[in-house]
Write a protein that binds this ligand. Sequence first.
Ligand code: NAD
Ligand code: GLY
Length: 365
Amino acid sequence: MLNLDVDLGERSYPILIGTGLLGQADILSPFIKGSRVLVVTNSVVAPLYLDTLQASLQHSKDVQVDTLVLPDGEHTKTLATLQLIYDELLSNRHERSTTLIALGGGVTGDITGFAAATYQRGVNFIQVPTTLLAQVDSSVGGKTGVNHPLGKNMIGAFYQPQCVLVDIDVLSTLPVRELQAGLAEVIKYGLLGSYEFLVWLEQHIEALLAGDAELLTQAVKICCEEKARIVAADEREGGMRALLNLGHTFGHAIEAAMGYGTWLHGEAVATGMVMAADLSRRMGWISAADAARARDLVARAGLPVSPPPGMTADQFMSLMSVDKKVQSGKVRFILLRGLGEAAIESEIDPALLRQTLTAGEQLCR
Ligand code: NAD
Ligand code: GLY
């Protein structure tokens, strides 16, 4: 088992990565403080992994394990679903010493984390991510929250878990489309911060897509190391953490425009990264060859490389103006200074931006 540390002083926590971990009885005991646990999962993940986790928890420690199965899907990442967690906690008299465990993808992790941040002003929280996207990104770093019809992840809190438990085995049941969506965030780490990792991904993308467990473990480890490093340096996104949003300004606009869940988050981020590469090329930051290389890797991962047909520049502009990176009314973009080097930029020539927004199939060509 690999044990990485997210170094945040007294709020530091481990990311445990390996295979067969869900069934290991004692693994989570050190991170459960009181005698009650609520495992929050969803209707897809529950039949696959809830029994295993529940049995491990019950065998390892004298705790009462309650469970809550939420509906599935990005469209359920709402205040109404959050209310279901509060209802369960209160009706079963969970006290401040309770531990919430999120078993699922990024949607379950983000909602449960926000419930943990706010129930009785904050209770113990553990992340057990079951999608590739959640394992490499959303379970680490403490961003929690829900969507608002007018903007993605607009209501939330920074709240760190006590532990992140990554069992690579669970990826074997993930639909291919979800694995592809996770690979978008994996590619993101290469594009934003590591040329070496990007080259590694170019060598192994098909094997990763085929579910090679050893390569997936390696990829998860590299991404988590990078995320832990960035979060430790800038927990509240005062600066460099914003680089993790490469592709997200365009991507969040696509998700909102299409209706949450129509495009998967990873798919929208994938196209958003191609758009960011395209804008970087138009601004003279990277060469046409490098922009095409970014696009090709995204395409080889089976991900979309152009925005939804029919989505207009005006729609993009309107939706991007509610991005969380907006400062003093100006949208800040994460762009590429090179492959493996991202930077934040708010001074964008509107004409070039409009070219990217209207390029459609011609992006990076
Ligand atoms: P998701 O949680 O909707 O999971 C995708 C689908 O896979 C769902 O249908 C889910 O039920 C199913 N699933 C989960 N694990 C499975 C398994 N092992 N086998 C079979 N099916 C499984 O989506 P996601 O892609 O995991 O996460 C996307 C969300 O994460 C978005 O809401 C995004 O905003 C958020 N996010 C948050 C952060 C953060 O820092 N907090 C970072 C990136 C993304
Ligand atoms: N996924 C972006 C972040 O965690 O900051």
